[in-house]
Design a binder for this molecule. Sequence first.
Ligand code: TXA
Ligand code: MG
Length: 315
Amino acid sequence: MSEIERAVAALRRGGLVAFPTETVYGLGADASDPGALHHLYAVKRRPLDHPVIVHVGARADLGDYALAVPELAGRLAAAFWPGPLTLVLRRRPDRIAPAATGGRATVGLRVPAHPLALALLDAFDGAIAAPSANRFGKVSPTTADHVRADLGSDVDVVLDGGPCRVGVESTIVDLTGAEPAVLRVGGVPAERLEAVVGRPLEHRTAGEVAAPGTLASHYAPRARVEVVARGDVEASIAAHRAAGHRVALLALGAPVVDGTLVLESPRDVEEYARVLYARLRQADEEGVDVVVAVPPPDGGLGRAVADRLRRAAAG
Ligand code: TXA
Ligand code: MG
């Protein structure tokens, strides 16, 4: 039996399959099977009212899973799928179990851009509900080893597709209101979305109302994360060292600061996104107390990286 066949068999019996996407690894369950979804929430230790993202295959018709699909949904899907964009639409109750969406009338849908994920969706021939494959509130996994370290034997099959190419989660756009709104910044930069939409987009990324998973304290490692401006790095590190803390520095092209662990520096914003979660995990492995992090500039994936650093800092 191939790995994909084993994974499909596990999904059909209500089991859990971790699989790579271009953003982060997902922990998948059959989106039409309430029992499998309850198991998924239990393993994630995720509150039952937090909706998960439902992944569909490249050839999926939005109308198969959503009702009253607006014209803009088709345009965004054509522009960015497969890819790191989640569209929140009205859920078709016969195809997506309410348990997948915290009982909401809406559903977040996306087609992931990873050959293994697409092969799995194709072979399964149905929708797969998949949050990131970590315990609730922790740093998302970007390698199969991260998944195994986090979830161990709680996951039936782990498909290993190597390190994730994008490294931060999908951008979420809500299309169920009068105006489209960004609920989470992520792998598709706002400026690329706005080029397709044709106007600036409202961002509703603060607070808990719209996207319950976007709590301030998400994506947190064990180490404390402190977000500082480039010019404040030396002073911040000196203060933490004076307090007896083990300090690591995460920044674009990070300077070497005496007595500080410099986490291997990303050279550009895309690399910063790709390595961010792995570096936070590395800090924990090395027994670091405080990660001093300088966010990248705002353009492209910079906004998503800064957002995740801020949430890690609140954790
Ligand atoms: O890149 C990603 O999106 C990854 C990979 C695995 O696809 N998935 C992911 O899922 O990040 P998760 O469960 O960790 O995050 C789901 C986010 C939460 O912020 C949740 O509130 C939001 O999506 N969400 C899902 N369905 C929603 C809905 N119907 N309405 C509003 N927000 C929704
Ligand atoms: Mg997550």
